[in-house]
Ligand binder design. Structure first.
Ligand SMILES: Nc1ncnc2c1ncn2[C@@H]1O[C@H](COP(=O)(O)OP(=O)(O)OP(=O)(O)O)[C@@H](O)[C@H]1O
Ligand SMILES: [Mg+2]
Length: 732
């Protein structure tokens, strides 16, 4: 922001207005002085004028006296010189009168006096001239002398009065003159005084004002510094904000974009400024946003918590929640300021959590169903095997029985898958290396996917993981079969195994993931891929896009359950037309690796025995089948429908009981409690649990406790007999 100096005009105005009073006084004084000078000039004029009049009048008097002397001299001595003087002076007398008349024309009294003088002079002149022309020695001399004497006296008095009046006027005018002179000096004195005051006042004011100006300069500078600091602070806050902030001008263009907002949209702020704000959303959002914008302009209203999809420069979409408020200037909306946050990750996490919760509840349901199914299936298997044994080997019903057995086996497989999904399969985890497992199963997978799909295996020697090898094989088979189905025209199936480290940031972005070392199994295909609508349901049991009879929709549900039960994570990346990649992360485990055992191909013949067995099972059909099979092989069987009954039977039985076979879950007493009780009372030696379901009573997280024997349901009579022999023959 440019720094502007304080306005110097203000200070100039202040300076001059402060001088107004003394300057005004000066002006008045100068005016008065001017008037005084004029008056003085006037006074001088009148003084001069009066001097002139007085001197002229005195001249007149002197000349008259001279003329009369010459006249008398002539009358007495008849001197021609005197006559000449008399004649010359009388002529000048008339001129003096005329000029005096002009000079005192403004003074009527003096005019009148002068007129009388003039008349008397004329009379005198007449009488004298007459005597001069015809002089008679005695009488004339006497008469003329007397006349002359009288006339002279009158004239003298009159001229004396005239001159006296003029002298009075002169005195008066001299006073006026001196008054004016004094006034002038007074004014000049005052003027000098005010001028000195003015100079001092002005100087003082100038000093005060200039120091004020300087202060305001410093004040201005400090205010400027303050503003500058505030601006820097504001810029820092805006630029480092974790919230995206933009200003949109009234005509719908970005006028400010902070770093976060630019980052969110994948542009630089410069690229966005001046562009329409609608470029930041996909076309199908534009109309809604424009309407909202128009409403804000018209109603001056704000919006909050609006969710919108934002369009990035690279074409990808982010979920954003935003609010905006109008910017007003003189009650007019000049634009708006919008704050937003990218909630894509949050939304994805929410969906992930929702999906996990959904799978969890589906798992409980599936587990419950599987439990009941296993009981039913065990009975079916048992009855079939018994029926088959009771019929001659070549009886035609044997064929039907084998068909029924196959059907029951499919049902048992389904139930196993459900259990796996429900994470309730009994597992026997071992410390293995996944790269070895993949290499072992590779030939089988190649056979499974057929010849027009290329199998590429990229494994490196990885860390140990603790998993059930059978289950891992099941996962690989399921994923491979899915990949095969996704590539009907052929393609490439790639399986990779490597060690990875999941860091804090990565872990935070995924539900239930903890940072640490993992072995990552990658299975990717170049098949049809899938869209979001399939993606979000893919791990749900019975979700399939395959035609009726082709898929059950349990493949991935099983994989999900198995991975979760092993403490791992499963993710997938897929795009329609661009194939699918599944990634399975299994946590590193410590310990000595165990040999992978080859699958048993041929089963040994069903063994016989003579021991006494206590069989506790609440499901009558399962109990009946198991008891029949055991008795048929020579064992003595005590049958109990509950834990209590088993205890009573055991107490009444005098001979040793070699084995307790008990259902893990029974209504009033769990298999575990029953076994504990009978072991403590030394009634039984060994225990074999049977269950279609895993409960914490005998297993933890589906893992069998050491030294505990377990036979999962459904089982066939021969399976039961082999397991019984294994337990009885095991060291105590
Ligand atoms: N690699 C893949 N490529 C494309 N779509 C897949 C892929 N894997 C799974 N899917 C989709 O996910 C759905 C569910 O798969 P899942 O394995 O759970 O069941 P399924 O294969 O349909 O049946 P099942 O595996 O029980 O025989 C499939 O029907 C398919 O639509
Ligand atoms: Mg499948």
């Amino acid at each position: 922001m440019p720094y502007t100096l304080p306005d110097t005009n203000i200070f100039r105005r202040r300076f001059f207005s402060s001088l107004a009073i003394p300057l005004g006084a000066e002006a008045i004084l100068i005016g008065v002085l001017f008037w005084n000078v004029l008056a003085l000039r006037n006074a001088i004029f009148w003084v001069n004028h009066t001097y002139q009049v007085v001197s002229n009048a005195e001249n007149l008097q002197r000349n008259f006296n001279e003329a009369e002397s010459a006249y008398l001299h002539f009358l007495i001595f008849h001197s021609p010189t005197s006559l000449t003087t008399y004649q010359a002076v009388t002529v000048s007398l008339s001129r003096s009168i005329s000029s005096l008349q002009r000079e005192i024309a403004d003074n009527p009294i003096q005019v009148r006096r002068l007129n009388t003088v003039k008349t008397l002079l004329a009379d005198w002149r007449y009488a004298t001239q007459k005597n001069i022309a015809a002089p008679t020695r005695s009488s004339v001399l006497k008469a003329v002398a007397l006349h002359a004497f009288r006339a002279h006296q009158n004239l003298d008095v009159l001229l004396g009065a005239f001159i006296g009046e003029e002298k009075r006027l002169l005195t008066q005018r001299l006073r006026t003159y001196s008054d004016n002179l004094i006034l002038m000096f007074a004014i000049i004195g005052l003027l000098s005084l005010t001028s000195i005051t003015l100079v001092f006042w002005g100087f003082n004011n100038l000093r005060t004002l200039s120091s004020n100006y300087e202060r305001s300069l410093t004040l201005g500078r400090s205010q400027f510094d303050q503003l500058q600091k505030e601006k820097e602070f504001r810029d820092k806050v805006l630029e480092n904000s974790v919230i995206s902030i933009v200003v949109i001008a009234r005509e719908g263009r970005f006028s400010y974009v902070n770093q976060k907002a630019a980052q969110l949209l994948g542009y630089t702020p410069e690229e966005l400024i001046g562009q329409s704000f609608l470029m930041a959303v996909p076309p199908d959002e534009a109309e809604r946003l424009q309407a909202m914008f128009d409403r804000t302009l018209h109603e001056k209203s704000s919006v909050t918590d609006v969710e919108v999809r934002a369009l990035r420069k690279d074409g990808s979409i982010r979920n954003v929640v935003f609010g905006w408020v109008p910017l007003l200037s003189e009650n007019e909306v000049i634009g708006l300021v919008a704050c937003g946050m990218d909630i894509t990750e949050k939304k994805r996490l929410e969906q992930e959590l929702l999906a996990a919760q959904k799978l969890e509840s589906l798992g409980r349901l599936a587990g419950g169903i599987a439990h009941d199914f296993n009981n039913v299936l065990t009975a079916i298997f048992g009855y079939m095997e018994l029926a088959s044994e009771e019929l001659p080997p070549n009886h035609p019903v044997q064929v039907r029985l084998r068909d029924t057995e196959r059907a029951a086996e499919s049902a048992a497989t389904l139930t196993q898958q459900l259990l796996a999904f429900a994470r309730r399969q009994i597992i026997q985890p071992r410390l293995i290396r996944l790269d070895e497992l993949v290499q072992n199963i590779q030939p089988m997978l190649q056979r499974l996917i057929g010849e027009n799909i290329e199998l590429r295996v990229k494994v490196e020697q990885v860390h140990l993981v603790k998993v059930d090898p059978g289950q891992m094989e099941q996962i690989l088979v399921n994923l491979a079969v899915n990949a095969r189905d996704a590539m009907p025209e052929g393609g490439v199936l790639t399986i990779g195994v490597e060690d990875v480290f999941i860091d804090e940031t990565y872990a935070q972005r995924h539900e239930e993931v903890r940072p640490g070392n993992y072995v990552m199994l990658t299975v990717s295909d170049t098949g049809v891929g899938m869209d979001q609508s399939i993606h979000q349901h893919i791990f749900e049991p019975f979700f399939t896009t395959k035609p009726q009879g082709r898929g059950t929709g349990l493949g991935l549900a099983t994989c999900y359950g198995i991975v979760k039960q092993a403490g791992g994570h499963i993710w997938l990346y897929s795009e329609p037309g661009h194939g699918t990649t599944f990634k399975i992360f299994l946590p590193h485990a410590e310990g000595a690796p165990e040999e992978l055992q080859p699958h048993e191909s041929t089963l040994p013949p069903v063994p016989k025995g003579t021991e006494t067995i206590l069989l506790a099972e609440d499901e009558p059909s399962v109990r009946e089948v198991a008891a029949s099979a055991l008795r048929a092989q020579g064992y003595t069987v005590l049958e109990a429908g509950s834990g209590d009954e088993a205890i009573r039977l055991a107490e009444r039985h005098p001979d040793p009981i070699h084995l307790l076979i008990t259902d893990a879950i029974m209504p009033s007493m769990s298999g575990r409690d029953l076994a504990e009780h009978l072991r403590q009372t030394r009634k039984v030696e060994k225990v074999l649990y049977i269950s279609g379901y895993t409960e914490n009573a005998i297993v933890h997280q589906g893992v069998l406790e050491q030294g505990i024997f377990f036979l999962p349901k459904p089982f066939t009579p021969s399976g039961l007999l082999r397991k019984v022999r294994e337990v009885l023959d095991s060291p105590a």
